[in-house]
Design a protein around this ligand. Structure first.
Ligand code: C5P
Length: 232
């Protein structure tokens, strides 16, 4: 799939989400559906948004025993999501099982990407809670390499890490990058941010943008600005 801007639809209800998407007349942004919306509205919200012609990144971050993840991925594959994800920490066996579960009878499957370490986990938590005594960037790159070895299509990471991930795992290994803000925008709770143009220069394949679009006075204009800055 070509590079694109993915709009994080972090809304609590189908009503709000569909009203938001209704504003985009004649355009069909790539949409990210996360846990909040999926757990509130169930699989029907995915079907509804797909029927409207959007591509969907279903951000449910699966992490369980391989057999359970394989079966859960089979269900997500039937929902016709375009990208799904899991935690690389679930092991190579879990990632391989996930890929098997995603394969459709016609040989197609959604793209599968991995979360390496959550950006909310800092070095202290890594060492004192997860008992991983390595620098965070080494852990992130090792998990990315595991995902690559398991045959996954890419990782979720910061645009600032995209170059390093491509160096280690190949240019074709996708980097899907949140933490994007306009130059003059509010950072919110994101700490290490780049603009869409910087993300492009750093080699991101997809940028995931939430509040700079969803909370903008004119979300359609904000989306178009993102597309223009990121895709040129
Ligand atoms: O509103 P904002 O642009 O910060 O939204 C970014 C989206 O990407 C949110 O849905 C957030 O949960 C997600 N995300 C993130 N950082 C990660 C992984 C996912 O911001 N490391």
């Amino acid at each position: 799939m070509a590079k694109d801007v993915i709009v994080a639809c972090d809304f609590g209800t189908a009503e709000e989400t569909l009203a938001f998407l209704d504003r985009f007349t004649g355009q069909k942004p790539f949409v990210k559906i996360g846990m909040e919306l999926f757990y509130a509205e169930g699989p029907q919200i995915v079907r509804e948004i797909k029927q409207r012609g959007h591509k969907i990144f279903l951000d449910l971050k699966l992490h369980d025993i391989p057999n359970t993840v394989k079966k859960a991925m089979r269900s997500l594959s039937r929902l016709d999501a375009d990208i799904v994800n899991l935690h690389a920490a679930g092991s190579l066996a879990m990632m391989s099982a996930a890929l098997e579960g995603l394969m459709r009878p016609d040989g197609s499957r959604p793209l599968l990407i991995a979360v390496t370490q959550l950006t909310s986990t800092d070095q202290t938590a890594l060492e004192t809670e997860l008992l991983i005594e390595k620098p965070m960037d080494e852990v992130v790159m090792a998990y990315a390499e595991n995902a690559h070895r398991a045959g996954l299509d890419g990782v979720v990471c910061s645009p600032l890490e995209a170059g390093k991930v491509h160096d280690r795992c190949g240019a074709g290994f996708l980097t899907v990058t949140p933490g994007v803000r306009f130059a003059e925008g509010e950072k919110g709770d994101q700490k290490r941010v780049t603009t869409p143009a910087e993300a492009r220069a750093l080699g991101s394949d997809y940028i995931v943008v939430g509040r700079p679009i969803t909370q903008a006075a004119d979300p359609v204009a904000a989306y178009q600005r993102c597309v223009k800055e990121f895709l040129g």
